[in-house]
Ligand binder design. Structure first.
Ligand SMILES: [Zn+2]
Length: 163
């Protein structure tokens, strides 16, 4: 598993509510272009993470790990059964042919994906990543079929693809 992080701009404060970013648009563009499209394509989930203040870290906790673990284990079980007899361990391993059968979309989801695809100028690789991630979100949600909320969430995880 690959986990990586980068600053939003050379100074690191682009989009921050604490400090003003002093970078020019050109600098930001140049900085972002250091990471190539083909590499970005291969990263399944891209999210923008705001800086966390100490008070927040020390204060209220989110969902408990035990609860999340159970949800993940359930999703793993669903996938193990779905891929029984196939040479596939997880949604990430799906072949283009299997994506067609396992990641079927309803009409509203198809329209949402088509529109985002055109607007964000996504690559074919990013397209299949979105479908696989949407399948995983649906599995975590305990749903047999991918619905539009799953597809919208998966598209939201391509934040660096946005033009
Ligand atoms: Zn900056």
């Amino acid at each position: 598993m690959l986990v990586a992080s980068m600053n939003p701009c050379p100074c690191g404060f682009y989009g921050s509510s604490e400090k003003e970013c002093k970078c020019t648009e050109k600098q930001i563009k140049q900085y972002k272009s250091k990471i190539s499209g083909p590499i970005l394509d291969r990263i399944d989930i891209q999210v923008i993470v705001p800086s966390v203040k100490y008070d927040k870290l020390a204060g209220k906790r989110g969902e408990r790990s035990e609860v999340i673990r159970e949800r993940v284990n359930n999703a793993r079980q669903v996938q193990l059964e779905r891929y029984k007899g196939l040479d596939i361990y997880a949604n990430a391993d799906l072949t283009p042919k299997l994506i067609e059968t396992v990641c079927k979309l309803n009409e509203p989801s198809k329209i949402i994906l088509k529109k985002s695809f055109e607007q964000m100028k996504l690559s074919a690789r990013a397209y299949s990543r979105i479908l696989k991630v949407a399948r995983t979100i649906a599995d975590l949600d305990g749903k047999k079929d991918i619905d539009s909320t799953h597809i919208i969430e998966a598209i939201g995880y391509r934040s660096l693809d946005r033009k």
